[in-house]
Design a protein around this ligand. Structure first.
Ligand SMILES: [Zn+2]
Length: 668
């Protein structure tokens, strides 16, 4: 008779072994970290004597669930901002807030909160990608859960590294420190192709191979990502990383929603696992992952919750249920993906996707004792049929709720007993979580109230504030003025022709004096005749300019000194900025511009001949501008500008204006 630590008796054991054995009135014996006996209760009783016996009659004993993809400390960002497109949500909100707040304490609290939530929904192993993974590892080990922890690698500064070289070095140290821990599998997590470079992805792959650890990455999550990859890399994301050799590592690919059919064999041959995240894909409208095709090709597909900021919870039972419904609805076939297959994805196949199926994922002798007891007393769990073994999977996938989880063991240690968390002081964790949320609240309130801060949050401004002397005059035609420009008084330094598409974002309330201008500027390479240019457009440039409608001073001839602007290169799309800044009103101005840079009395001026084509009927304008930096200089340049006007035969008394936006606003 063997002495064991714990014996679970009388429950229905859903083994998830290769035969998918389901043992009614079964028993599971735990000794140390491992399962040492499984079988009908009478037989197991003859084999072992146990220190502790847990009566599981009327309950199900299942393998601990595997959450195949998450960002666990993001529990602290739950509900911060929702109902946005992925790029606006991630680049506009999550990453800026993370850069500001994510540190060791944040990750410690967020992990404990996430672990509490996961244990209460029957999760024993999770696959994480975040920052400060050493803090996450420490907290996870103190809680007693099992995890694959991927240290994030990005091409831009992240909360825990100023450069990718630093994050790679950090990742190496992390892997070395945790490599042989019984609960933690350290991993490297280049966030996604679009947030990395060839060089970084190859360096990450090399590190994963050298240290023999998994490589966790987001791949083909949205249609836009695939489109951009085809444009930027000449291949869809999975083909692209395959070409880089990344699939040689033990890859865990999150999402694969828009995987192309020709990419499926690439993943299958490489032995990569996929983490399917139904809630996140539905909520962010990313689409429907071809789970049936990937599984048919032999790719192990696990189920993940993704982070709580895109879900917004870590409830695996809900995730399993959604994972079962989605392929049925999208294929129009209710026989697609039966409940037993979905339950496998949440257990043994999920373990395989994490390259851990030798250790966990099923209830078999020798495997780690990661076990969950699911109660069956609730009305929604009543009755249960025994016609076939499949009845139990129907029950688990279609009816069971995470509230039914009663007990959880990980690595042979009990972490949840009658829904009581044995290793987490939940009230203390909640208090700290609420404190952190309060400071995020303050930060967001300040940021959302200032266009400047809001722009800085997504990349900042390249150019400092400048002051400008300027005057704008409506003219009937440009001929006489162009003629005058040819005189000896002027030296033309540069002349260019461009078509500019300006979109002005206007805001209500306190910010009525501030507006943003998104400009697409197409400089043309050919000669222009009357606004029509017989030439080729060069690559357009995009800028975002924060303007204040403040006139600092007015001089004679309607010449004004304006405190102008902060300019940034616009690296995102107009659609992105529109959704991110959410303006109250938008105005559009399209114009042809002849831009001259001239020297007049040894001073540089810009002279623009603008033909506004949208809105129609606004007219033709001449603009004269010069940058300035002091009150005396401004005074001097204003006098020069007056003389310049006269020399060009222009009279400003007739019709002078400031910004095009003001003209358009009046016209509308
Ligand atoms: Zn994710």
């Amino acid at each position: 008779m063997r002495q064991v630590d714990t014996l679970l008796t009388g429950g229905t054991v859903v083994t998830m072994n290769a035969h998918r054995d389901v043992i009614e009135d079964g028993a599971v014996a735990i000794s140390g970290a491992n399962i040492v006996a499984v079988g009908p209760v009478e037989r197991v009783r003859h084999m072992v004597t146990a220190e502790v016996e847990v009566d599981c009659r009327g309950q199900l004993i299942i393998p601990g669930l595997v959450n195949a993809h998450t960002h666990v400390p993001m529990t602290l960002l739950r509900g911060l901002t929702d109902d946005l497109r992925l790029d606006v949500w991630l680049l506009g909100y999550m990453m800026p807030v993370e850069r500001e707040f994510v540190g060791p304490d944040f990750c410690d609290v967020g992990t404990r909160l996430g672990c509490a939530e996961m244990l209460l929904s029957g999760v024993t192993t999770f696959n994480d990608m975040y920052y400060f993974e050493e803090e996450i590892a420490q907290a996870t080990v103190e809680v007693g859960m099992r995890a694959v922890l991927g240290q994030s690698i990005l091409k831009f500064p992240s909360p825990d590294a100023d450069s990718y070289e630093e994050s790679l070095a950090r990742c190496r140290t992390f892997i070395e420190a945790w490599k042989d821990h019984p609960l933690i599998t350290p991993a490297i997590a280049p966030h996604a192709p679009y947030t990395n470079t060839d060089e970084i992805l190859q360096a990450a792959t090399a590190l994963a191979l050298e240290m023999d650890v998994p490589l966790h990455i987001h791949l083909s999550e949205t249609a836009l990502e695939v489109q951009d990859a085809e444009r930027d890399f000449g291949a869809p994301p999975i083909e692209y990383v395959h070409n880089l050799g990344l699939l040689d590592a033990k890859v865990i690919a999150a999402h694969c929603v828009h995987i192309k059919s020709r990419e499926i064999p690439l993943l299958a041959r490489s032995g990569a696992g996929v983490a399917h995240n139904p809630s996140s894909n539905l909520k962010l409208a990313s689409g429907f992952a071809p789970v049936l095709d990937m599984r048919a090709a032999g790719i192990p597909v696990g189920i993940g919750t993704d982070g709580t900021a895109s879900n917004n919870d870590l409830d695996m039972f809900e995730e399993v249920r959604l994972a079962s419904f989605l392929p049925k609805a999208t294929s129009g076939d209710p026989t697609a993906l039966p409940a037993s297959d979905v339950f496998a994805m949440a257990t043994i196949e999920g373990a395989q996707a994490l390259h851990m199926d030798q250790e966990i994922g099923s209830i078999e002798i020798g495997k780690y004792a990661d076990l969950v007891v699911v109660d069956q007393q609730a009305p929604h769990a009543t009755p249960r049929f025994h016609l076939s073994a499949n009845n139990v999977y129907s029950h688990l996938v279609y009816a069971a709720k995470s509230n039914d989880v009663r007990h959880v063991w990980v690595h042979g240690r009990q972490l949840l007993q009658d829904r009581r968390l044995l290793t987490i002081d939940l009230p203390a964790v909640r208090t700290r979580a609420i404190e952190i949320a309060a400071s995020i609240n303050d930060f967001m309130a300040e940021r959302e109230g200032s266009l400047f801060n809001k722009t800085v949050a997504i990349g900042g401004f390249a150019q400092q504030e400048t002051y400008e002397i300027q005057v704008k005059i409506r003219v009937d035609n440009f001929d006489a003025i162009e003629q005058a420009l040819q005189s000896e008084d002027f030296e033309i330094v540069k002349h260019s022709v461009r078509q500019q598409f300006d979109t002005y974002f206007c805001f209500p309330g306190l910010m009525t004096d501030h507006y943003l201008r998104y400009r697409e500027d197409n400089e043309l390479a050919g000669p222009a005749v009357d606004g029509r240019v017989m030439g080729l457009s060069v690559r357009p440039t995009y800028t975002l300019t924060l303007m204040e409608g403040v006139i600092e001073r007015e001089y004679r001839d309607s010449i004004i000194l304006s405190r102008s602007r902060y300019t940034a290169q616009a690296t995102y799309s107009l659609r992105f900025y529109r959704e991110y800044f959410n303006p109250d009103r938008e105005y559009e101005v399209v114009k042809w511009r002849h831009r001259y840079r001239i020297l007049f009395e040894d001073t540089e001026f810009a002279i623009n001949f603008d033909r506004v084509t949208r809105p129609q009927g606004l007219g033709d304008f001449v603009e004269i501008k010069s940058r300035t930096w002091s009150a005396t200089d401004a005074e001097h340049k204003a006098r020069l500008a007056s003389r310049l006007l006269r020399r060009l035969g222009l009279s400003s008394t007739r019709d002078a204006h400031g910004e095009y936006l003001d003209l358009v606003r009046k016209a509308v």
